[in-house]
Design a protein around this ligand. Sequence first.
Ligand code: CU
Length: 306
Amino acid sequence: MSSRLEAALSAAAVLILVLAAFALPAGASPAGPLPPVAAGDAASFALYGSALTGWGFGQNNTSNPGPHLFVSYASTVQLTLVSIDPASTQRNWFIDYNNNSIPDKGEPSSPLFWAGNSIVWNFTADQIGTFTYRCKIHPTSMEGLITVSAPTRYTLYGSVLNSPGWGFNATDIRAPGPTLVIEAGAPINLTLISADGVTHSFFIDFNNNSARDPSEPESPDFGGQGYPSTVNYTLETNITGTYAYRCGFHPTQMWGMIIIVGKGTGVQGGYPIGLIPGIMLVVIVGVLILAVTYQVRASRAARRKK
Ligand SMILES: [Cu+2]
């Protein structure tokens, strides 16, 4: 390999590394399903199903599409599923995250039920967004919408003594603390409690420099002398992505991750390529094309010399 090509390739590698380092801490979109968070609310619905008339909350008010269901992310949803058609025909209820009309791995899907065999079945709402629910046997004549929203309130206990970190309760404080999932542009009620009597604060470290910057949302101080041990803080941001949250006083000991999803965009079928990874992709492909062109020209020139 010629030394000029080597130099070009190492410059390209350095450029890619710099771009990667710049892109990853801030704004990188998480891939795949969201991580587990502590279960929040519970919701329960009785759904009556018919292959002829669709879904409904009662056996005399079914329709297709059926009723729009609203639940919270990470909540346990209990469905009582009742078939109102003749006994022989079987029904199922599933959330069609990728909208391909069949239950896939990772999509909540109930056991079969039929007239005389109603079931009570639980699932965890583990994707944020609005999706179609269906019967797998009658995917188009028995469907409806379900909206899974991010939580709008969290209670967080913070401590730097003993086991430093954050937790949803005083006996489970750790670092990293629990992953929070919130929706951009929505006010989030945070109840922040000092579990060790020391002064703490909560902020989102958008640029991941472990310091609270003026542009980063931060709660009032809580705990310690002169401060309330509990504060209620309304967090609101329009910035989406995955970031660290930290204590302003103990940023490296007390931290966790927060995922801020776009309003109403959901995460159906995974995340789109973000702006920064997209730019990186274009740069990488461009550099590869340049390197190949250079190599071809260099080898042609070498052949001509011979
Ligand atoms: Cu602290």
